[in-house]
Design a protein around this ligand. Structure first.
Ligand code: GTP
Ligand code: MN
Ligand code: MN
Length: 377
């Protein structure tokens, strides 16, 4: 068995949904700086630049080995001039000046802190930054008008910015599973988002709920929430009846049965075991109790989907965001189809394509199946 020659170039496809992107890859030293620049572009509301840096980083995640020289990047798609300059600097000097300056900048740090509040988007954060505010305490101190979501975001700021572990996700999963089955026997609960892709930690826990009997899932969300509320497990919840017609990427015409999508942004109260609470929180001075809090707040996203759309919903809520974006772009640009979290519409043949599994959707799209663990684009 011979190892590949140093000059051997790997072929990398240009859509993220055509590539395998494992969770652990070989070029974090390049992707992290590029993603800092992407995030900064997002803060500046420069969507083109944001996506360009995200795509560059994503391509590097799919490489089978570490990038050592600029020649290793020959023939790779999606790498623009700006990204290449940043990469070159890191390869030659160990760091990029632009990235270091960005990380140190008052604006980047303030935007990071302010958008780190649940319910605060780039627009509000930017307005507050221009008014001289820098962090969540400034919002309180200056008596800013906050909506209910933002109030909860500020109240639980520390907890919500602490990564959620897989163990905590499993504990939440048990709670939600109990609620769902109590409310509707036979209901199915699936973990989606980053944890389904194999991540060890996340910023929230994402779930998708359905029932094999079409229509039985209707009206489930309020009942599940009431059950959780009665158990004292909910700190905050906001349900939106997500009309299919409102979704940005959906086909123009949507049949009536598409209007049932319900989602809930929530904050759970998770009881902590002794090893998890105690010392660290106490040392950080976050609690009035000497032993540290006995619970923590965790962001949870709940989505209810009719069984007929379950495969599409599962695919749409598993991510990553760039993988999803490229799936929809592939569908539109390469297949003349329109993909949403509900359905796949063939714009040329004027019909919807049914799918009962993610594999079938990839087949409809003419793509090789990529399992969740390799959708970390
Ligand atoms: P972490 O939570 O940070 O660990 O990563 P994640 O990949 O789980 O991110 P997130 O929970 O933000 O999103 C999970 C999936 O849900 C992604 O595929 C998103 O595209 C999708 N998603 C998140 N928010 C929305 C939303 O508001 N609308 C729709 N349609 N999809 C969303
Ligand atoms: Mn998530
Ligand atoms: Mn989420």
């Amino acid at each position: 068995k011979t190892s590949p020659k140093p000059s051997a170039h790997v072929a990398v496809k240009s859509y993220a949904c055509q590539r395998r992107s494992p969770l652990n890859h070989h070029n974090t030293f390049l992707t992290e700086p590029l993603e800092i620049l992407a995030e900064n572009a997002e803060f500046m509301e420069n969507e083109g630049r944001n996506i360009a840096f995200r795509r560059s980083a994503s391509v590097l995640k799919a490489l089978p080995r570490v990038v050592r020289r600029m020649e290793d990047l020959k023939n790779l798609p999606c790498l623009g001039g700006h990204s290449l300059r940043v990469i070159k600097e890191i390869l030659e000097d160990g760091a990029s000046q632009e990235v270091e300056t960005t990380k140190q900048s008052e604006q980047f740090q303030a935007m990071k802190a302010l958008t780190g509040v649940f319910g605060v988007g780039v627009k509000s954060a930017d307005r507050w930054f221009r008014e001289g505010l820098r962090n969540p305490s400034d919002l309180i101190r200056t008596g800013q008008k906050l909506n209910h979501t933002q109030q909860a975001g500020v109240r639980y700021y520390n907890d919500l910015n602490k990564p959620v572990t897989k163990k905590e996700a499993e504990a939440i999963s048990d709670m939600v599973g109990k609620a769902v089955r109590a409310v509707l026997p036979g209901a199915i609960l699936t973990l989606t988002g980053g944890f389904r892709r194999g991540k060890e930690v996340g910023h929230d826990v994402d779930f998708l709920i359905t029932h094999p009997e079409e229509g039985a899932e209707e009206g489930m969300m309020p009942k599940v929430l009431k059950w959780l509320e009665d158990q004292g497990l909910l700190l905050y919840q906001k349900t939106t009846r997500n009309s299919y017609l409102e979704s940005r990427d959906g086909p123009e015409r949507a049949p009536h049965h598409m209007d049932r999508f319900e989602r809930c942004f929530s904050i759970f109260k998770l009881e902590q075991t002794k090893e998890c609470s105690g010392t660290t929180a106490g040392a950080a001075g976050m609690s009035e109790q000497q032993s540290g809090p006995s619970w923590r707040a965790v962001r949870v996203d709940l989505v209810v989907s009719p069984y007929s759309q379950f495969a599409y919903a599962t695919l749409g809520w598993t991510g990553s965001k760039l993988f999803e974006r490229d799936l929809r772009r592939w569908a539109g640009q390469e297949r003349g189809m329109s993909l949403s979290n509900h359905a796949l519409y063939d714009s040329k043949r004027h019909h919807y394509l049914h799918a009962s599994s993610e594999e079938e959707i990839f087949t409809h799209l003419g793509l090789e199946y990529i399992p969740p663990s390799e959708r970390n684009a």
